[in-house]
Design a protein around this ligand. Structure first.
Ligand SMILES: [Zn+2]
Length: 99
């Protein structure tokens, strides 16, 4: 015998940037909702001083640009006096297409 009833389920209806709070959902010309989100994630383990801590940040495009440029600047400081390592260029962090 099947017993029918109403069940409430939770679905993701929006996703917001953890930095500025704006929605990362974009509606395209066909009315389809697309997620345009950058993520910063880490699950720290035994070898870390942050053992047991999980970090996850959702970022909109502009906040991701801020994070990327801060990391790029940090990278620049690290390799500035090291001739064997390249300074970060405009492709810093980008993966090859199809790779
Ligand atoms: Zn943002």
């Amino acid at each position: 015998m099947k017993v029918y009833g109403q069940k409430t389920i939770e679905v993701v209806v929006d996703r917001c940037c953890d930095i500025c709070g704006t929605s990362v959902m974009v509606v395209d010309s066909n009315g389809v909702k697309l997620e345009e989100v950058g993520e910063l994630t880490a699950n720290w383990g035994f070898g870390s001083k942050m053992d047991g801590i999980t970090h996850h940040l959702d970022m909109c495009e502009s906040c991701f640009q801020v994070a990327l440029s801060a990391l790029k600047g940090h990278r620049r400081c690290i390799v500035m006096f090291d001739d064997e390592q390249d300074l970060p260029d405009e492709k810093f962090g980008q993966q090859p297409v199809g790779g």
